[in-house]
Design a protein around this ligand. Structure first.
Ligand SMILES: [Zn+2]
Ligand SMILES: [Zn+2]
Length: 240
């Protein structure tokens, strides 16, 4: 049976070639993780960014974005790879249309463009934001964990998926104000292990918007002995 496996996999990739995370068509050139043309179209976060959350700044002379200027975040700092709008359709398919294969490109691009910055933080672990067990059953995967695993393999920082659990089901946060998000997320996470020995952590998530989710996860670790909690996300929303 085992000798048939590689042949089977090759056949599967012929019949179902890897799809490009941007155009969702079979990747050109064959064997790549995203089309060359598509990879050139997405917008990477660049230029002046918020010192706290890494969001592109509307006012380039400012130190913080409007959100961080008025919010006290418990995470220390964060960075994101893409400007959300340029990859919103891609992330939608990744989360809600079963396109888990996109994680291969996402994780590689994060490693390539942010890996050095993350390694310099000397984190003990990458911790993907967990999803609730009911969502795990319906979706079948945690999109943030898929990204974290791909990234981890390339920057040699371990992933700790069970370090924190989501114990509360929450409605989608996208239509809520920052304070409503904070209220809804109160008590949503708890430690998944008894004794945390992680001092420096990088939380991994797909989208950063107001930071409410990252703060809620960071809070759990900071109350249990962690010293610094950073985050890295695939995309960041603009000017919230
Ligand atoms: Zn493409
Ligand atoms: Zn900010």
């Amino acid at each position: 049976m085992t000798s048939l496996k590689p042949a089977g996999e090759a056949l599967i990739s012929l019949v179902f070639p890897r799809r490009c995370p941007i155009c969702d068509r079979p990747v050109r050139p064959y064997g790549a993780f995203a089309c060359d043309a598509c990879a050139g179209e997405v917008k990477y976060v660049h230029g002046a960014t918020c010192y706290k959350c890494g969001k592109p700044l509307k006012d380039e002379s400012a130190e913080y974005c409007e959100d961080c200027a008025r919010t006290r975040h418990v995470f220390k700092r964060g960075i994101s790879l893409f400007e959300y709008r340029s990859v919103s359709d891609s992330i939608y398919r990744f989360k809600y249309r079963g396109r888990r294969e996109y994680a291969a490109w996402y994780g590689r691009m994060m490693a390539q463009r942010m890996g050095g910055d993350l390694i310099r933080l000397h984190p003990d672990a990458l911790v993907p934001v967990p999803i609730h067990s009911s969502k795990m059953r319906s979706r079948g995967y945690n999109q943030s964990a898929l990204i974290a695993r791909e990234l981890s393999e390339r920057i040699n920082i371990p992933v700790w998926e069970d370090a924190v659990k989501r114990i509360k089901r929450t409605a989608p946060l996208k239509d809520l104000t920052p304070s409503e998000r904070n209220i809804i997320l109160r008590g949503a996470f708890k430690l998944g292990i008894n004794d945390v020995k992680l001092k420096t952590i990088v939380i991994i998530d797909d989208i950063y918007t107001t930071g409410a989710t990252v703060d809620a996860v960071a809070d759990v670790f900071l109350k249990n002995g962690a010293r610094d909690v950073f985050f890295a996300t695939l995309a960041t929303g603009k000017g919230v």
